[in-house]
Design a protein around this ligand. Sequence first.
Ligand SMILES: [Zn+2]
Length: 222
Amino acid sequence: MDYINYNLEIDNIKNFLNNIETTKYFESRLIDDLVKHSPKNIYSSNNKFKYVLRKNNYGTRTLYYVAGSYNREYPFNWRNCIKNKHELYDPQYEINLRVRTSFREVIKLGTYSDYSRKHTIYDKNIKKRVSINGCDICHIKERPQIDHHSVFFVDILDSYIKKNNLSYNILYEKYIKFDNNIKRWTLNDNKMLNEWLWFHDQLATYRILCETCNKKKENKAI
Ligand SMILES: [Zn+2]
């Protein structure tokens, strides 16, 4: 376990990628070194790798690689390579994270968004949403986030999984998929989507926190 070097390396690659133009292929020994640590074992000494950064609809830049003489681009999760290099990569954690991300996306269809609409307002001057009554802890109005108060999001999800005799691995194998258009993991079963939304909204209570207070809070709800 080497968290210090792990964090340094993450920052290093982030800075490197920030200075790279999108849509142009590039080669990099720095990234080549990470390919060797890929948990998916994509490295082969016969292949030369080249890379490209592409923006999705939300403006997020994703790194892709092309191996050897093939033209097909695959998403390259460089963070996982760094985790793996420092023995911090845990496949079960990655599965749980993908399931949570997919299920978290769904709650935006329910009371979560109602709460946001009721407690935040668009401020024309700064062109951002601000909270009406301020952060529950420090009372500032900028950068509001909706926090699951009293019951954590993950606890609601865990209860749902338990009640339905499911598991993170079953959900991962059968019910979620990576949507290539939006580049996100999503819940791919409408019946489950509606059941989950109903279940979640029965239990969830919210409060507004500013981004800083939300980060400071024990980050149990991913
Ligand atoms: Zn605050």
